[in-house]
Design a protein around this ligand. Sequence first.
Ligand code: PMP
Ligand code: GLN
Length: 358
Amino acid sequence: MATEYNAINLSQGFPNFPVDEKLTDIVAELAKEDVHQYTPMAGYPPLLTKIAALVNDSYQRTAQTETEILVTTGATQGIFTSIQALVENEDEVIILDPCYDSYEAPVLLCNAKPVRVSLNDDYTPNWKTIEAACTSKTKMIIINNPHNPTGKILTKTDFEALEKILEKFPKIILLSDEVYEYITFEQKHISVHTRKLLRNRAIVVSSFGKTFHITGWKVGYLVAPEHLMKEIKKVHQFLVFSVNSVAQAAISNYLDIVSVDEIGDFYQEKRDYFRQLLSKSRFKLLPCEGTYFQVVSYAAISNENDVDFCKRLITEHGVAAIPISNFYENGKDLHLIRFCFAKDNATLEEAARRLCKI
Ligand code: PMP
Ligand code: GLN
């Protein structure tokens, strides 16, 4: 609809500003080199080494390039492949509600049962209900931190509670979707990579699409202990075998010259600017601790359901957003919508100008 009505698109999460020229220069140069054939299945070897270094620098975890890292066609394929490899017929998988939409479908495709557990009203996990939902059939718990769509991040206390649950249920595997790991603000991201007890039975999912503002490249990676990775590779082999070689080589060279340290500050400025622009509107801003999404309430503006409101926002006001009901199992409508603020300032300003008139 955003395209059809030529609206400012703050709905789907993708940046609209130019990619770092250093990265596009690398791509242009690489095209002349010998990087056009299949890479090994786990990934382009120099990239695997750089990923290991990045994980070590960021989280002081030593991951083995040969056996514990897998480059994937975006985080999406990493998530799908992990679930297909590890979840079986009639297993149960705990998925928090609301959540990003990539978790449930692969679970259903395995003929397994997604068990949705509601987050608290402030979007913190309710570890008591999560524990109560664990049974002998539970194969996996999926967490997403920082969280899309709510922008919530997990704390040390959350991880302690999760560790206690996993100690009680030794068969449960953790899938930790951390694609926004470098996009956090006042509080630093706590990664499963840093939690010894968890990481030995977890798959951690990352995405260069988010980290380097290149969502269309579709390159991500998984880190998991060898016993899990072995199973994941059995599916990866026949789903994609290997990921785009030029993109892998370009990211590998880029990792030599780029730092991930400034990404949080970069997006914090955008968040603050967008929030300041919207402070003059009738939308109520919810907190945003990480990701590039801002959730707002339009309860003071309209009584419509969030899908109708989003449609009207496009057709009458020229701004596209995502209804939050979409992220709930049962389409719960709280009159909340999600804006993506990974946009240049001119776009944010024009969007805010339109939103302030409502
Ligand atoms: N997980 C979450 C929480 C996301 O928001 C996204 C964004 N698309 C993905 C996974 C998928 O990432 P990718 O584009 O690397 O497949
Ligand atoms: N993760 C992105 C979002 O939440 C979208 C990716 C997609 O459209 N599949 O907007």
